[in-house]
Structure formats: structure tokens, C-alpha cells
Write a protein that binds this ligand. Sequence first.
Ligand SMILES: *Cc1c(COP(=O)(O)O)cnc(C)c1O
Ligand code: SF4
Length: 437
Amino acid sequence: MTVESGTARTMRMRAVPGARLATLPQVQRLDPAVRRDIRVVSSVLPFKVNNYVLDELIDWDRAPDDPLYRLTFPDRGMLPQPVFDEIAALIDRDAGREELRAAVNQARLSLNPHPGDQLQANVPQGENGALNGLQHKYRETVLVFPGQGQTCHAYCGYCFRWAQFIGVAELKQAVSGPEQALGYLSGHPEVSDVLFTGGDPMIMSTERLRAYVTPLLEPRFEHIRNIRFGTKALSYWPYRFTTDDDADELLRLLERATSLGRHVAVMAHFSHYNELETEACREAIRRIRDTGAVIRAQAPLVRHVNDDPAVWARMWRTMTNLGVVPYYMFVERDTGASQYFELPLRRAVSVYRDAISAVSGLERTARGPVMSASPGKVVLDGTARIAGQDVFCCRFLQARDPDWVGRPFFAKLDEHAVWFDDLKPAFDEPWFWQAEG
Ligand SMILES: *Cc1c(COP(=O)(O)O)cnc(C)c1O
Ligand code: SF4
């Protein structure tokens, strides 16, 4: 097919950083206490919205309870009470810049800015040392973090990369161009999947993206069967695929990859069905699908946004109707504002079960709840009572060692556990993968 050129009027993006949120006219209409909370919290954690999020996604008649407001705007519950009180006191008495900065830095360090060992543990080694900007944890898949793609069109309050957005964690994991990634991939025929991630790679110009993608279409990269893009652009800036200046070029690039026999997967991040309702999003979905690319959808389960089986059930129905394939329901990571968004794992299991049992078989393609933990991606299949013990039934969907995949194992059912590290083996210590070798 040929890509139809966009007919609609071009939308220009106006980004609004955290420091300006409290001055927005929409926010001026909210309770003054809410505005103060926004000031305090946005001085510690990164926030960013844009005109699409403000005008088309958030339902201001329902704010602050609107799910897209909750996803993108600060709330006082995102900071531990003592931290909130300290920063609020400084702001209220107009403390000096240095004093405020020191307190803010202290606050950021208390919010687990470097969760897990995900950053350095999975960076492959090249001839000249660590290949920063690549991650190779599971045999088949290499993650590529393009340097120009390390931001997003708007920010999620639960973002696990928040510390990088404000320079607390160094932006070490980014490649400056395609050469390193291509060099590594050409020497690794076992790799079938390349996942461009960020931030959001769709924040890059098509020209930049093309430099990464086009070489992968050459015969020497025939082992790369699947090219994936992790993105929230369908939610935060669908015009990337419709009326942006290089939108048509982007679709041609995807089409070229599919026509040369690659599976192209747009790994879309959708947190709530409202993100799928706008005309811009639907048009973007249609255009991507017309290239032969498949859109697969994933998101974490979080309080205040989607902690309701009915939200997931409706989201999965809508997706299937639009030709988007539900892929993963994640458990939110233990960093930043996690205390505001987190849910007990036990609750995550029941939300997933209630949601999946409410939809048709075709709509049941999302696996979850899944934790990207250090040994691998762990799915909680449910709870059970075995040999007199209440347990979580667990399984690796992906693991550092492919031999661990698919083996059932059991963790003690802990009502308060919110992350994998909170879990203990139910029967035999240690975990089976720690007992080997
Ligand atoms: C999730 C993930 C992948 C992709 O896993 P799939 O199950 O193939 O989608 C690859 N690498 C890392 C580090 C991941 O966390
Ligand atoms: S889209 Fe992903 S990387 Fe971007 S702010 Fe949201 S969670 Fe973070």
C-alpha cells in the first residue's frame, strides 16, 4: 500500500514542564490546596504534559479524580508525609534557592532513584568495555536506548526512569548512534528481537530513527526477525503518526520493514481506555496497522488510574476492537512515587483474574500481573493453598537462564508484599534458581 498523507490540520506540540503546572488555567479552577500540593511535589519529582494531554485526554470536569489527571499530575500522596511537609514549609516561607535545592536533592535520594540492578547488570561487554546504551538480559532480545530518545511527550507519575529525567541518575544507558548496537547485533545471531526503548524512541525524528532501523533490514541482519518500539506516543502525542511533519515518512519506514519480512511491533503503553477514545489516537492506530505493523499494548497496574478490573476489561475489549493486541499487565516498580501508585500483589492477582474472566478469549492475550525482577519476568498465576500453606503460584515468562522459563514455583502468600523482593520461598529455601550450580 502507499501511505496516505495526513489531511487533518497539523497540531503543534506545546510542552508544559512541572514548574508551570500550577499556573495552568485548568488548574487555577481546582482547589487552592491542590495547587499548593502541585507546587511542592513537582519541585521534587519530574512532570511534563502537553496540549494534547491537557485538551483531549484529561476530563477537567472530573479532575483531580480523572484517571489521566492522576496519571500525569502531581499529588501530595506521591511524597512521604515528612518529605512533603519539609519541602512545603520551605516553599511556604520562600526559602532561598540553595536551601530548597539541598532539601529537594535529599528528598529525591530517599525515593529509591536506582531501583533493582537493571541498569548495569544487563549491559553487554564489547571489545572495548561495557556497551552502555544496550541491554541484553534475555537471549532473544536486545534493548537499545538511543541517546536522542531518552525523554517522552509527557511523563507518567509512576515512571521508573524518573531519576534520569531530572539528572539524579546518570543517563549512562544511551547510545549516541546506531553503530554500537549494529556491531553488537551482527555478532549475535541468537538475537531475534531488537527493542528500541527510552524514554520514548518515537520522540526522535524519523530521520534519526531511520538510521537505526534501515541497516537492520539488510541481509546480514536476517536473524533480527522482530523489530519493536516501546512507546507511549499513541497516548501522549498520537500526531506523531498522523500530522507531524515526518509522520508519513515514519509510516513508510515501518512499511518498508514489514515488506522486507520483518515483524514490526509497536509496543504501546496504554494505562486507561480513555487514551484509546480520541480521534487522533484512532487515526494513528489505523495508520500504523496499515503499514503491516502490529500494535501490542502493555501498562502497569496502578492505584488511582486503573486499579479496577472493569477498566482493564473495557480497555482490552476496546483494543481488540481496534486491532491492538493486549500483551502485558505489569506490576509497578518500587521507585519514585511508588507508594502512591502501588497495590499489594494479592490485589494485583485478583484484578487480573476478574478482568481476564470478564472478556472473550480473543481479548485474553495479556499476561499478568508480571514483575520485571532481577532474575527474570515473573508472572503470578494466582494464589492457592498447598500442603497447608497459602502461596502465590509463580512462573518465569522470561529469565536470565532460558531453562528457568515455565517452571512453576511458589512464594509465601504475603498480604503486604508489593514487589518480588518482598516475597519468600514457600517451601524450599532458597529459590530454585539460586540452588543450582
Ligand atoms: C520485558 C523485557 C524484554 C522483552 O520480553 P518479552 O517477553 O519478549 O516481551 C526484553 N528485555 C528486558 C530487559 C525486558 O525487561
Ligand atoms: S512513557 Fe514510560 S518512560 Fe515515558 S514517562 Fe511514562 S513510564 Fe516513563
